[in-house]
Write a protein that binds this ligand. Structure first.
Ligand code: FES
Length: 126
């Protein structure tokens, strides 16, 4: 199980829920009454982009270091999601390359493509 904390959605109240590891973030949001905008639900439109903060790693850690490896979960992100995020300028090409090379999660994800693997904070992407 993982804790997912939604901040700044809907009425602005924080909502903390439990999710099974392996659940799709969008499904976790919908089943708990958190509204995240969607269109395609296939990782191509970018409507469901959200900011993700992984509570298992320190914000200051460099994703290319062994120290980071010791804390971070391994995240495989599909090329389609990374391309969509780069196209909409939500992440840089460099962030996409690091995510691919080191199996890391980018700071912005598509909720319809994001698999919950650890405790996270989720905020709207504006
Ligand atoms: Fe279109 Fe998620 S709903 S990318």
């Amino acid at each position: 199980m993982a804790n997912v904390i939604f901040c700044g959605f809907g009425d602005g109240m924080d909502k903390r829920v439990q999710a099974r590891t392996g659940d799709v973030l969008l499904r976790v949001a919908e089943s708990n009454g958190v509204k995240i905008p969607t269109e395609c639900k296939d990782g191509t439109c970018g409507s469901c982009a959200v900011k993700i903060e992984d509570l298992s790693v320190e914000e200051t850690m460099n994703p290319t270091t062994e120290d980071y490896d010791a804390h971070a979960q391994s995240y495989y992100m599909e090329d389609k999601e990374l391309e969509t995020l780069v196209e909409m300028a939500a992440i840089t090409k460099k962030e996409a390359e690091v995510a691919q090379q080191f199996n890391r999660q980018t700071p912005v994800r598509l909720a319809c493509q994001c698999i919950v693997r650890s405790d996270i904070i989720v905020k709207p992407f504006e």
